[in-house]
Structures are given as structure tokens and as C-alpha cells.
Ligand binder design. Structure first.
Ligand SMILES: C[S@@+](CC[C@H](N)C(=O)[O-])C[C@H]1O[C@@H](n2cnc3c(N)ncnc32)[C@H](O)[C@@H]1O
Length: 319
């Protein structure tokens, strides 16, 4: 078989570590080669390869758009291309990996073929307790939650979500922190009517469409869940606890401010508060609430913005 590998970077090196017999590779391809050989095989520019001389090209680079465009430009039969890296697009360019199965370790292919969405790296993917359905919800948000939960090891404190709706995010917290108490605060019948005045009718109506029992059924560890039903902060009912992780997701300014005032001082040093919608242009009250809280506090809270679906800000707590 006339086999080529497109790429001479870490991805290509990875193939050699996962079953690829480099001696069977005719050449590596690179549009801007840094040297004329890689792993003892020649490196060619893609235009130097004759289409008829190719049986299979494994693409071991993340620049899949560029490479696909270039291949079409050069008249390469794209059925001969198998894209192994896909860290940006939402679906695979190719679904048939059969030809690559004969060349690489099956476990390597299993991990790269998993239907995760954007940013796939074999080690991460194979270890994740989150399901494809969890990730589909908002990949960056869920993966960040997963990474944050790992950082919490050894840190005391409960977890909480204020603004649970149907429990999609709460389910992931419960799954990733199975040993921790998880407080779930919501009216389970939408926003406070006075606070939601002026909001679009569909937005308000949609948030009524949930229920505490249905949320509880979704939880993988329901025995750890404490439902706090009703309007926050009245729903606290004298609760006193400390927290390692809080998700604050109530969309509107007044409730967000109430959540910050209550939860941030009770966050243990090293803990995180995920402020959902902070960068959402549709919900500007969230950012206003944080600015107002910082003014009250007399300090800027260290935080990391995420590029997730709704512009979460992760607030950190130091000693
Ligand atoms: C955007 S949804 C939460 C979505 C959920 N965090 C998720 O990611 O799946 C906002 C929720 O906040 C709740 N909410 C808003 N203000 C509240 C308040 N003051 N007290 C209790 N719940 C509130 C609403 O009932 C609604 O269910």
C-alpha cells in the first residue's frame, strides 16, 4: 500500500507511537517542511505527490480545513484522506476509518473516533465520566466543570447550584462530585414575576416548564442532593454551610446579586463560583450584578472568562 502521512508535528509522532510502522510510509507531507526527512522517511510538499501514486493519506494535523482545501486544489481524491485529528469542527470529515484500522492500534482509533464534539484528545476523552449527551449541551462549559472538579480534591465544602431549571448542569456537578452534598436552589416554576417584568414572554414561560421531582430523577447520586425549593434568598431558611463549588445561573440582576452576596463569602479558599451568562449580550444584568457586588466588597474578584455557550465567568477564591 502506498501510504502517506500528512503532517510532521506531534500528531504524526503520535502515530508512530500507536502502531504505525514508519518503514511502510512512503513519505510525510508538509506544505512548509522544516527538514527533508522525518522519523527516517522523506518529507515532501503535497504538490510533489502524484494522485495515482497514493492509496491512503492519514492526516495527522489539526489544520483540517486548510488541508482539505489544499487537497481539493491539488486534485487529490479526498476519499483517500482520513482525518485523525479534529479539534475544532463539530463532526468528523470522514466516518470510515477502516483503512486506518489496519495501520494503527485499535485503542488509539477508538479514542479518536468517539463522538465527542470539538477539542478531542485521546487521553482526556477516554477518562471522562461525562456522557456524549452531557457534552453536547455545551462542550466547553462541561469540560471546564470537569477540570475544576478535579482541582477541588481535598478541599472541604458542599456544592450548590442556584438556578437549576431542568437540572442539565446540576446532573454533571452531581456526577463529577459524587461524594459532596449538592444543594439545588430553584423555584422550579420560573422567575419571580416582578423581577422578570419586561423580559420576553417566551423566555419567562419556558423557564416555568420544569419540576423538582423530574430534576431529582435525573441525578446520578440523588442521596447527596438537597432540594431548596422556592424563591432565593427566602428559600435559604437559615441554612448555614460552606462551599467548594457554586454554579450561579439565575439570569437576572437582582437574583444574581443576591446569590453573589450569599455564596461568595461562604466559598472556601481554593473554591470556584461559576457565574453563567456573564458575557451573554442577552442578559446584561449578570455583569451589572457582579460589578455592583465588587463595589460593595471593595475589591475586584479574580476570575477567568470561558468561551462557552453563554459566556461563563469562573470566580476564584483565595485565602
Ligand atoms: C437559566 S435557568 C438555569 C439553567 C441551569 N443552570 C442549567 O444550566 O441547566 C435559570 C433558573 O433560575 C431560576 N431562578 C431565577 N431566579 C430565581 C430565584 N430568585 N430563586 C430561585 N430560582 C430562581 C429559574 O426558575 C430558572 O429555573
Amino acid at each position: 500500500m502506498k501510504l502517506y502521512i500528512w503532517g510532521t508535528g506531534c500528531g504524526a509522532g503520535d502515530l508512530a507511537d500507536h502502531g504505525l510502522d514508519v518503514s511502510k510510509v512512503c513519505a510525510f507531507l508538509d506544505s512548509a517542511p522544516a527538514s527533508d526527512s522525518f522519523l527516517g522517511r522523506p518529507v515532501l510538499r503535497p504538490e510533489e505527490v502524484q494522485n495515482d501514486d497514493v492509496d491512503l493519506i492519514l492526516v495527522a494535523s489539526r489544520y483540517v480545513d486548510d488541508i482539505a482545501r489544499k487537497a481539493v486544489e491539488l486534485g487529490v481524491n479526498t476519499e483517500k484522506l482520513i482525518f485523525l485529528k479534529n479539534n475544532w469542527q463539530l463532526c468528523d470529515r470522514n466516518w470510515d476509518y477502516t483503512a486506518a484500522e489496519k495501520i494503527l492500534d485499535p485503542s488509539y482509533l477508538d479514542s479518536i473516533r468517539a463522538p465527542q464534539y470539538a477539542v478531542r484528545e485521546p487521553l482526556w476523552v477516554s477518562e471522562s465520566p461525562l456522557t456524549a449527551r452531557d457534552l453536547e449541551n455545551d462542550y466547553v462549559r462541561m469540560r471546564t466543570l470537569e477540570a475544576l472538579c478535579r482541582e477541588l480534591e481535598g478541599l472541604p465544602g458542599a456544592a450548590a447550584e442556584l438556578g437549576v431549571y431542568r437540572g442539565g448542569f446540576a446532573r454533571c456537578i452531581n456526577l463529577l462530585l459524587p461524594e459532596r452534598k449538592l444543594y439545588l436552589f430553584d423555584t422550579f416554576e420560573g422567575f419571580d414575576a416582578a423581577e422578570a417584568k419586561g423580559q420576553a414572554a417566551g423566555f419567562v414561560q419556558a423557564h416555568r416548564n420544569t419540576g423538582a421531582e423530574r430534576v431529582l430523577r435525573l441525578m446520578p447520586h440523588p442521596e447527596k442532593v438537597i432540594i431548596k425549593h422556592g424563591l432565593f434568598p427566602a428559600s435559604l431558611g437559615g441554612l448555614e454551610d460552606r462551599f467548594a463549588l457554586v454554579s450561579l445561573d439565575v439570569d437576572l440582576e437582582e437574583s444574581t446579586l443576591a446569590g453573589l452576596r450569599w455564596f461568595y463569602p461562604r466559598l472556601n479558599p481554593g473554591g470556584y463560583l461559576l457565574l453563567h451568562d456573564y458575557n451573554s449580550p442577552r442578559l446584561p444584568g449578570v455583569k451589572r450584578a457582579l460589578r455592583c457586588y465588587e463595589t460593595e466588597l471593595g475589591q475586584h474578584i479574580p476570575a477567568v472568562p470561558l468561551c462557552d455557550g453563554n459566556g461563563t465567568l469562573v470566580l476564584c477564591k483565595s485565602d
